[in-house]
Design a protein around this ligand. Structure first.
Ligand code: ZN
Length: 274
């Protein structure tokens, strides 16, 4: 009897020891994954339906793409067509605004956006979200983008060879040095953002594309297509026209890298380390 009791006690001790060891292992710093216990951050996708058809198509695909990225409740995505649906206190709860086809156009919305960005807000802007010209009348937006106005574009939309300018950035991580993108309309800017010392140009349209276009043909010129202005937590991506922009794994990786980078630079800390 005494032997049986001892064996039971020994088994209990062994089971406790194994259980404790498993717990310790699970909590170890060496555990390779950090599963989200709750959504890590909030993002606000900002778009309009009152734009040209190809920019509406892009917005529809962008909503699908960024919604798929929330799978498993990794982050919360809301969509809006007016930043004025939020007051500043609510707007600043969003880690990042994903601007897919518009920029703020009325004075109140512009002031709200300026305040958000000047106080550490994040912006991932595609294609028409950065469009401006002589009629835009918003000097702050030029300073924010880090370049002059829209200058010219190719037509029709088409694929292009793009070169990675900075290969050791988290934004260009695991991209090839050059790759061919899906078809899109490309905007050229004047003066180029490369002339701004605060701007880091991450990818450019390769000069090998010239002459570029069939109807509207671009013959030369510096042509940055992805950049960040270090004065703000922002990245601009030049593509975003039509329904092909999420059809390519390499460009999708660039999109995710850029989104992840902007989100991770939050002044409240990197939510992926939470
Ligand atoms: Zn366009």
């Amino acid at each position: 009897m005494a032997t049986r009791i001892f064996l039971r006690f020994f088994s209990f001790l062994l089971a406790s020891f194994i259980g404790a060891a498993c717990c310790l292992y699970a909590q170890s710093d060496n555990y390779p994954a950090n599963y989200a216990k709750e959504p890590r951050f909030k993002a606000l996708l900002y778009y309009s339906e009152n734009v040209e058809e190809a920019h509406k198509q892009f917005a529809k695909d962008a909503i699908d793409f960024f919604t798929r990225l929330t799978e498993g409740d990794g982050y919360i995505l809301e969509t809006t067509s007016s930043l004025k649906e939020y007051d500043y206190e609510n707007l600043k709860e969003f880690n990042t605004i994903i601007a897919v086809n518009i920029s703020p156009s009325d004075p109140e919305e512009r002031k709200l956006f300026e305040k958000y960005m000047e106080n550490g807000g994040g912006w991932l802007g595609f294609h028409a979200a950065g469009y401006n010209d002589a009629n835009t009348g918003w000097p702050w937006f030029n300073e924010f983008l880090g370049c002059g106005n829209f200058y010219c574009n190719n037509w029709p939309p088409q694929p292009a060879l793009v070169d990675v300018d900075i290969s050791d950035s988290p934004v260009t991580k695991n991209l090839p040095v050059s790759f061919v993108t899906p078809e899109t309309e490309w905007y050229q800017w004047n003066p180029s953002p490369r002339e701004n010392p605060n701007v880091e140009v991450l990818l450019s349209l390769s000069p090998k594309n010239y002459p570029f276009g069939l109807k509207d043909v671009i013959f030369y010129g510096d042509f940055p297509v992805v950049w960040r202005n270090s004065n703000y937590r922002m990245i601009y991506l030049n593509y975003g026209h039509g329904d092909r922009c999420f059809s390519d794994a390499t460009q999708n990786l660039l999109t995710i890298n850029a989104f992840r980078y902007v989100v991770s630079q939050s002044p409240d800390g990197d939510p992926f380390l939470k």
